[in-house]
Design a protein around this ligand. Structure first.
Ligand SMILES: Nc1ncnc2c1ncn2[C@@H]1O[C@H](COP(=O)(O)OP(=O)(O)OP(=O)(O)O)[C@@H](O)[C@H]1O
Length: 229
């Protein structure tokens, strides 16, 4: 589902490569934690998958997209097959919960009758039925992240990328969000989550890919965050 072959990324303004000859493969339906210290290349890895950056060397594949080589015209299609969740939720503050989720479908031209059917379904899936008409500022952080996950998932993406999704949440709320990401993963969606959250990585015992200075230094099938990190 995700494959990097000998990928290096050198930013113009930075002498050291952000990614240095990275090769890795993540299969359909896998749940993978991407860990590593600040500056190790996690965000660069995610940005390459979305074609927000192109590699300096190597190839990037997501599903059947040859991401680095594809024409600009096809990039929206790639991005439609990838859901994204961020630390800071990134909701539209002037839209209700339901409107935030619906908007993700409107921009890709889904018909109204589909939207009115699937938005309540996905809000129920994330445990927000009854809150459809709330504004984001009327929700807790955990609830706002649920809206963001609903929005990322409503189009049933093949891949869900989560960049530090529990970074602004307390431990109990973080656990709830992880249960939700697990549930989404069980539908067959590949989940790739960049995180610094030791306790979550240690409690989930999923695949752990660790970056350090742009290189993969560990890839464990049922890993932990690691001693002393
Ligand atoms: N747009 C950019 N221009 C120049 N250098 C960049 C750019 N983005 C990242 N870098 C550099 O590339 C390296 C990897 O950064 P990246 O953001 O991928 O790390 P990260 O692991 O996501 O860090 P964090 O955990 O702090 O988010 C760092 O040395 C960083 O300074």
């Amino acid at each position: 589902m995700i494959r990097l072959e000998h990928v290096s990324k050198v930013y113009k303004t930075s002498p050291r490569p952000a990614l240095d000859n990275v090769s890795v493969e993540m299969g359909k339906g896998e749940f993978v934690f991407l860990i590593g210290p600040s500056g190790s290349g996690k965000s660069t890895f995610l940005r390459l998958l979305l074609r927000e950056e192109v590699p300096s060397k190597g190839r990037v594949y997501v599903s059947n997209f040859d991401v680095a080589k594809m024409s600009r015209r096809r990039v929206p299609r790639l991005r439609q097959s990838i859901g994204c969740v961020f630390q800071d939720f990134r909701l539209l503050t002037n839209k209700t919960v339901a409107e935030n989720v619906a908007f993700a479908l409107e921009v890709i031209g889904k018909p109204r009758n589909t939207i009115v059917k699937v938005v309540p379904e996905v809000l129920q899936l994330v445990g927000l039925d009854g809150k459809a008409d709330r504004m984001p500022h009327e929700l807790s952080g955990g609830e706002q992240q649920r809206v963001a996950i609903a929005r990322a998932f409503v189009n049933r993406p093949l891949v869900l990328l989560a960049d530090e999704p529990t970074g602004n949440l307390d431990p109990d709320t973080s656990q709830d969000i992880m249960l939700l990401l697990e549930r989404i993963n069980r539908t067959g969606t590949t989940v790739l989550m960049a995180t610094h959250d030791h306790s979550i990585v240690d409690s989930m015992r999923r695949r752990v890919v660790e970056l350090d200075q742009g290189r993969i230094i560990r890839d464990d099938a049922r890993g932990v965050y690691g001693v002393g990190r």
